[in-house]
Design a protein around this ligand. Structure first.
Ligand code: ADP
Length: 304
């Protein structure tokens, strides 16, 4: 079956929508690829698949092979640059109108999820990240059941749970952690997204909401806290327009100066779209250094 060549499966979960689950999936994928691993992303978020937009491949056409689909290649491996391959399969590719949410009823959704797990031909893949719908819905339960049945022992490494400072205050993320306990899915760690703001004008990273709740909650549940991620409008610009992130002199994020070097080309200084691969442009994003630490922690949790 299609998961045979996949070494580790990691679910990305969130208790509610809009907390940045797909952005975290995308950045984990880019970061794992930058660390030299071959990566697959499977988007089964039927509530509104956003992974194709994140990777700038909304118009990609999925090829049907006998008995299944071939995932879309975002980039091939580049061993000389230490970069692993990145491939994506999303339900979004199969929808007649991109950006539509699926309005199928439960059994059809369950069948689709099952088909997605078995009928996509993943080549040799170190990490397959599965972007799931938010919540603890029927799709989750059927996905968890299917994975537990179909995966080899140990292949389903566990889940990364994404939250925000506000969501921590609600019961949603706790429900998600309880869901993992009930379905025996190991929690690899909790990521708290949208903690603070990387101001594009004044080089300050400001805390808008109280942060720290994610860490307290992770401790309560006895799971690893992977880190805090600020809102960086340059990440959005990169995703939406393909422009390379730039920062004013003196911008410090997570204790590191991320300002754009004075020697950057004129095109880069004004953030003009360039043709480089997303993975190369992402290296200039302030969030890349935070994700490289998170990724190292996820890898070590997977290998434990
Ligand atoms: P979810 O998958 O949980 O519904 P998304 O990942 O689609 O959420 O995020 C919602 C929106 O917020 C997207 O436009 C995304 O690019 C943006 N976003 C999420 N996290 C960040 C961040 N740390 N910095 C900037 N934009 C972000």
């Amino acid at each position: 079956m299609s998961l045979t060549k996949v070494k580790h499966i990691v679910l990305v979960l969130s208790g509610k929508g809009g907390v940045g689950k797909s952005s975290v999936t995308t950045q984990l994928a880019l970061s794992l690829s930058l660390a030299g691993h071959s990566v697959g992303v499977l988007d089964v978020d039927l509530t509104g698949p956003s992974i194709p937009r994140m990777f700038g491949i909304e118009d990609a056409k999925v090829t049907q092979a006998p008995g299944g689909w071939l995932p879309i290649t975002v980039h091939e491996a580049d061993p000389s640059a230490g970069i692993g391959s990145l491939r994506v399969m999303s339900l979004g590719f199969l929808l007649p109108k991109r950006g539509d949410a699926v309005v199928w009823r439960g059994p059809k959704k369950t069948a689709m999820v099952r088909q997605f797990l078995t009928d996509v031909f993943w080549d040799e893949t170190d990490y397959l990240l599965i972007d799931t719908p938010p919540g603890t819905s029927d799709e989750h339960i059927s996905l968890a059941e299917n994975l537990l049945q179909k995966a080899r022992p140990g292949q389903l490494a566990g889940a990364v749970v994404v939250t925000t400072p506000q969501a921590v205050a609600t019961a949603d993320v706790r429900k998600e952690l309880n869901f993992c306990q009930k379905t025996s899915i190991r929690v690899l760690g909790v990521v708290e997204n949208m903690c603070g703001f990387v101001c594009p004008n004044c080089s300050e990273c400001t805390n808008i909401f109280m942060s720290g709740g994610g860490e307290v909650m992770a401790n309560d549940f006895g799971v690893r806290f992977l880190g805090r991620i600020p809102i960086d409008p340059q990440f959005l610009v990169l995703i939406e327009t393909g422009k390379r992130p730039t920062y004013p002199a003196g911008t410090t994020v997570d204790g590191k100066d991320v300002s754009t070097p004075a020697g950057a080309s004129a095109a880069e200084e004004v953030g003009v779209k360039d043709g480089s691969l997303l993975v190369h442009k992402y290296k200039d994003c302030s969030l890349a250094q935070i994700f490289s630490k998170i990724t190292a922690d996820v890898i070590s949790a997977v290998q434990q």
